[in-house]
Design a protein around this ligand. Structure first.
Ligand code: GTQ
Length: 348
C-alpha cells in the first residue's frame, strides 16, 4: 500500500493559492473518500428505547401545543452522523410523533416520502389525498412524495407513531420543500386498502390503468403482515422468515429511496441476517430480543437487548445477529433500509 502525500507537506503559499481558486488537492483525502475494501460506516448501533422516549414525548405534549409545532416530533438522531444532521442512516430520518386527543396536524405536502409505523394509541387517521387511513398498532401508512396529508386524532389518550422519511437525502439533494394546504375534511369513511388493495395478488381495474410510480396502496395493516409471517412459519420450519412491502401494481419497493420489510423470529430462535451493503433500521412490533453487530463495541461487547416499541439502527457491511429472547412467543420486527437506492446505483 503506497503512502500518499499529506496536506502539510505542501508549501503554505501553494495551499493558499489553491484555496483562493476553490481548488483542493485529491491525494491527501484519497484514502478517506476511497478507503480500501470497506466503506466508511457512520451509522452507529443505537437503541432508541421507547421507555425512555415516551415521558419526554409526553412532556413535549405539555410544553408545545400542536399549533406551535405543526408536527410534534422528537427526532431519533444517530450520533454517528452527528445529532444536528437528523440522520438515523445516511438517507433515513426517524421521528416519534405525538398527537393528543382532539388535535389535528395540519394538511401539507412535500417532496420527501414518509411512512408512519403506529406505535401506540387508537382513534387517529391520516388523510392522504382524500383517503382516510386508519392507524392501528404496527400498520404502515404511506404518504408518498407530493401527496397531501393531515393527521387527525378522534380517540382517547395519546397516539404515537414512528415517522420514517427520506428527508436527509432530499435535503442534501437541495430537493426538500413543502406546501401548506386547507384541511381536506374528507367524507370518506375508509381508505382504498379496504377494497382496491385488500387482497394479495389481486389489483383493481379502475379505468384499466396500472399505476407504477408511487404505491397506490396507502395502508398496509399489521394484522395482514403478521398473519402472512405466521402462516409462512407453518410451512418453513427453519430459515429467515421475512417479507418485503411492495407496490402491489409493480412488485417493486414502495418508495424509490427506502425499502420496508418485516421479520419474524420463531420462539427461542437466533438468526444471522444476510450480510448487506445497506444500513438498517429495526422497529420492534412484538416480543423481546437482542441485536449483536460484528465489530460493534458496546462497553462490554455484549448484544443490545430490546423490547416491544424500541427502534434500533445498524451499519451496512457488517454481520448482524438477531435473537428472540422468548422461548414461547414469536418476535416481530419491521425493517427500513436503503436497498432501493443501492440497487439503483448498482452497489447492492
Ligand atoms: O407528519 O408530515 O416527522 O412533514 C417530519 C416531517 C413528520 C409529517 C415528520 C413531516 C411529518
Amino acid at each position: 500500500m503506497t503512502t500518499l502525500g499529506t496536506l502539510e507537506e505542501l508549501p503554505i503559499e501553494y495551499r493558499e493559492a489553491l484555496t483562493d481558486r476553490n481548488l483542493v488537492p485529491l491525494w491527501p483525502a484519497m484514502r478517506s473518500v476511497l478507503p480500501y475494501n470497506v466503506p466508511t460506516r457512520d451509522t452507529s448501533v443505537i437503541n432508541w428505547d421507547y421507555q425512555s422516549i415516551r415521558p419526554l414525548l409526553m412532556q413535549a405534549g405539555e410544553l408545545t401545543p400542536i399549533e406551535k409545532a405543526e408536527r410534534r416530533v422528537l427526532i431519533l438522531a444517530n450520533p454517528g452522523h452527528g445529532l444536528e444532521n437528523i440522520q438515523a442512516t445516511p438517507s433515513i430520518y426517524l421521528g416519534m410523533q405525538l398527537i393528543l386527543p382532539g388535535e389535528t396536524a395540519p394538511n401539507h405536502r412535500h417532496t420527501p416520502s414518509a411512512v408512519r409505523v403506529i406505535v401506540e394509541g387508537e382513534g387517529a387517521f391520516t388523510t392522504v389525498d382524500g383517503e382516510p387511513c386508519k392507524m392501528e398498532r404496527g400498520d404502515l401508512i404511506l404518504t408518498p412524495a407530493g401527496k397531501w396529508h393531515e393527521h387527525t386524532h378522534e380517540g382517547d389518550g395519546p397516539i404515537v407513531w414512528l415517522d420514517v422519511l427520506d428527508l436527509p437525502l432530499m435535503y442534501r439533494l437541495n430537493g426538500s420543500w413543502a406546501i401548506e394546504g386547507e384541511l381536506q375534511n374528507t367524507d370518506k369513511t375508509r381508505d382504498k386498502s379496504y377494497s382496491d388493495y385488500s387482497a394479495s395478488g389481486v389489483v383493481p381495474n379502475i379505468e384499466f390503468q396500472r399505476v407504477t410510480d408511487s404505491s397506490p396502496q396507502l395502508r398496509y395493516p399489521w394484522s395482514k403482515t403478521r398473519s402472512c409471517l405466521t402462516e409462512m412459519a407453518v410451512d418453513h420450519a427453519e430459515g429467515l422468515l421475512s417479507i418485503s412491502y411492495v407496490n402491489p401494481e409493480s412488485g417493486r419497493s414502495i418508495f424509490p429511496s427506502i425499502g420496508f420489510g418485516a421479520i419474524m423470529l420463531r420462539p427461542g430462535e437466533t438468526q444471522l441476517l444476510p450480510k448487506r451493503t445497506t444500513p438498517v433500521i429495526f422497529h420492534v412490533i412484538e416480543g423481546a430480543g437482542s441485536l449483536a453487530v460484528e465489530g460493534h463495541s458496546s462497553t462490554d461487547g455484549s448484544p443490545i437487548n430490546f423490547v416491544d416499541k424500541d427502534t434500533l439502527s445498524a451499519p451496512g457491511y457488517t454481520q448482524i445477529m438477531l435473537k428472540n429472547n422468548s422461548t414461547t412467543e414469536p418476535l416481530f420486527l419491521m425493517t427500513a433500509d436503503e436497498s432501493p437506492l443501492h440497487e439503483y446505483l448498482g452497489i447492492f
